[in-house]
Design a protein around this ligand. Sequence first.
Ligand SMILES: O=c1ccn([C@@H]2O[C@H](COP(=O)(O)O)[C@@H](O)[C@H]2O)c(=O)[nH]1
Length: 275
Amino acid sequence: MTFGSRLVAAIADRGPFCVGIDPHAALLQAWGYGDDLTGLERFALGAVEAVAPHCSVIKPQAAFYERFGSKGVAVLERVIAEARAAGALVLLDIKRGDIGSTSQAYADAYLDPASPLASDAVTVTPYLGFGSLQPFVDTALKHDAGLFVLAATSNPEGPEVQQAVVEGGRTVSATVLDHLARLNAGADPLGSFGAVVGATLADDRGLDFGFNGPILAPGYGEQGGTTDDIRRIFGAGARNVIPTSSRGVLRLGPDAGAMQAAVRRANDELRELLG
Ligand SMILES: O=c1ccn([C@@H]2O[C@H](COP(=O)(O)O)[C@@H](O)[C@H]2O)c(=O)[nH]1
């Protein structure tokens, strides 16, 4: 089953809201843990145990594990395994991208089921040229995995690059969505090649969200994005949007009930939006 098909089924079952498992130092402290390997393990696995059974997608941000070295990466491996065992799809936020031959090594590391870090999907950056992502695309197709390509990110610095106008008069962001439309052509019910578009955008930036793929919308919650913003930015494209929040949910821990209630509230609101 393709990633796009698994995603559609997971969202129908559990709702579109995605929780990011981002063990910030300040959050470890707020949960009463040290900013050390034991704290990381208790925090990350505790968060997964609380929310993964209730989410369609879980998004660990690799940087927060890598800062503890190889033992932190071992915790990330367990986060991925536990979240998948709880029935969630894992979207590993790595934002990788390099020349093609190196991209292949990254793709093998994160998308080949034989790897201990294998996930259902990863985030990638197209700013070495969309074509440099081809090894990720081929590997995702081979293993029924997915990609989310940075198109219009949630941070205020993004437009400097993403709204630049390229040959043909289109913005870089629009060009990324054009590539995704080609990759997703004919996929049913949804393609496996998604875009990252912030829930914080002031407007839709003239983007066509009908590229037949999922849209990860970070910036929901902590960065100020709301369900109304999802409606305002994406319009009819909102049906394929996966809003994601990390700190907005994790801040409520270690109380599992409070985190679960936040997931329920977000999914209820989003389902109402989507009718
Ligand atoms: O445009 C982007 C792309 C990715 N992110 C990532 O999402 C989460 C957001 O965390 P919050 O705590 O909900 O702000 C984090 O992992 C970012 O690296 C993003 O924010 N914007």
